[in-house]
Write a protein that binds this ligand. Structure first.
Ligand code: NAD
Length: 262
């Protein structure tokens, strides 16, 4: 059997970029997948690319809205009868210098990423605990949760918040056999809606490079000198949620082509 056969995965922000790559990989490994994203039609279209509605469905869920999150988890239980793999991936970035970061910017970033992932983990924890069969919760945090970069305070602070949610929930859910781990990607420019939607221009301006050269710029500052693509992050989700790392919880795996001190 495939490694994730019989598993039921709920992936937020899965209609685009990294989330879509994760949903695709989990479906390929045999999991049933719920594609949760802001827009229903887009989520359903992404799910349809994974297979028929017996193996993949799309649901509309704004992760910043507790009722919407609960409805999406309920829809998952109704469609597939359980849930045992949750990926907190939904996100956005409005990265700006400190003096230009508004209270609204701060609140939106924290609503979607810090609060949103808390709401999703909380709503999913109930069935995960009740089912008594263990499971996985994954957070797509960021290299920015550990390293400080310029013009990024609101985004990076939410990523650090997510990183600590990983450690806290690893402790709280461990007794139920639920593993909670994080992934810290960096520089996933190609295929990322965040980069295409304005962040790329902002980051390019911050680093003094052309936007079309940003992927190569990120690659050049790494140890491996290789661009990171969404499927590299999906590979890490596959490994972290698979049988080989069954005694690993509370960990963050960097997917960033390597960071050197100098
Ligand atoms: P993306 O824009 O392609 O994907 C983000 C998805 O989240 C979109 O489909 C969007 O509609 C959805 N989303 C946004 N707000 C939402 C909400 N309130 N509720 C539900 N869904 C919502 O961008 P991506 O680069 O694939 O980013 C995915 C995740 O990876 C984000 O959490 C991001 O912070 C993280 N990340 C990305 C990089 C990178 O280099 N691209 C690096 C580190 C971390």
């Amino acid at each position: 059997p495939k490694s994730h056969q019989g598993r039921i995965a709920f992936v937020t922000g899965a209609a685009s970029g990294i989330g879509k790559a994760i949903a695709t990989r989990l479906a390929r490994e045999g999991a049933c997948v719920v594609v949760a994203d802001l827009d229903l039609a887009t989520a359903q279209a992404a799910a349809a690319e994974l297979g028929s509605t017996d193996v993949a469905i799309g649901v509309a869920a704004n992760v910043a809205d507790a009722d919407g999150v609960q409805a999406a988890i309920d829809a998952t239980l109704l469609a597939f009868g359980g849930i045992d793999l949750v990926v907190n991936n939904a996100g956005l970035s409005l990265s700006k210098p400190l003096l230009e970061t508004t209270e609204k910017d701060w609140d939106l970033q924290h609503d979607v990423m810090a609060k949103g992932s808390f709401l999703v983990s909380r709503a999913a924890a109930k069935p995960l605990i009740e089912q008594g069969m263990g499971g996985d919760v994954i957070y797509i945090s960021s290299k920015n949760s550990v390293f400080a970069g310029p013009n990024n305070i609101a985004y990076s602070a939410t990523k650090a918040d997510q990183a600590h949610q990983v450690r806290l929930l690893a402790v709280e859910l461990g007794e139920y056999g639920v593993r909670v781990n994080g992934i810290n990607p960096d520089g996933v420019v190609r295929g990322s809606g965040i980069f295409a939607g304005g962040w790329g221009a902002q980051r390019a301006a911050t680093y003094g490079v052309k936007e079309e050269d940003l992927g190569q710029f990120y690659a050049n500052r790494t140890i491996l000198k290789r661009e990171v693509v969404p499927s590299n992050v999906a590979d890490a989700v596959y490994v972290l949620t698979g049988p080989e790392l069954s005694r690993t919880t509370g960990l963050h795996i960097p997917v960033d082509s390597g960071v050197a001190a100098a």
